[in-house]
Design a protein around this ligand. Structure first.
Ligand SMILES: [Zn+2]
Length: 161
């Protein structure tokens, strides 16, 4: 998509797909504002008519943080409810870190955010663990704010002492 392309517009304070504009409204009219592909939003605009999520725009840093945190908290709730003996993010990191990471990855990729699931290298002297790399930072169930180096994740910091 080119920066000046658009699939959605704002009309009367609501977001619409171009094809969902109320009858009689001219898409090129003065009261219709295109949502251009290079614009930045804190969230993805959603069509008031059909509910389509327009993820062709860019998210702000704050917007990406909100979506990331939401997905991670949802993954924690989901896994704690699936497995009875699990109570806390610490528990998830003892055996369910891969499920957690893959759940978050699926949720974020649905939203157009690229995620890598990484794993403890074989020659590294610590327990096997899975974590996420998103926008250059590393996350797991115990570390929703992220760290700039995966060895700083709490699970690895604990093992050094
Ligand atoms: Zn629509």
């Amino acid at each position: 998509m080119k920066s000046f392309d658009y699939e959605a517009v704002v009309y009367d304070c609501e977001v619409y797909c171009v094809s969902c504009l109320p009858g009689g409204v001219d898409v090129e009219g003065d009261d219709v504002s295109p949502i251009f592909a290079d614009s930045e939003w804190d969230y993805y605009p959603v069509c008031a008519e059909c509910g389509e999520v327009h993820n062709y725009i860019n998210l702000t840093v704050e917007g990406r943080r909100i979506i990331r945190e939401h997905a991670m908290k949802e993954a924690t709730r989901h896994i704690v409810s699936e497995f009875e003996r699990l109570r806390t993010p610490y528990d998830i990191n003892n055996g369910y870190c891969q499920e957690w990471a893959e759940y978050v990855q699926a949720k974020l990729e649905e939203q157009g955010i690229d995620v890598e699931v990484e794993e403890t290298p074989e020659d590294y002297e610590a327990s096997g663990h899975f974590w996420l790399k998103v926008d250059g930072r590393y996350y797991d169930a115990e570390c929703l704010e992220g760290v700039d180096d995966w060895e700083k994740l709490p699970i690895f910091v604990r093992q050094k002492h």
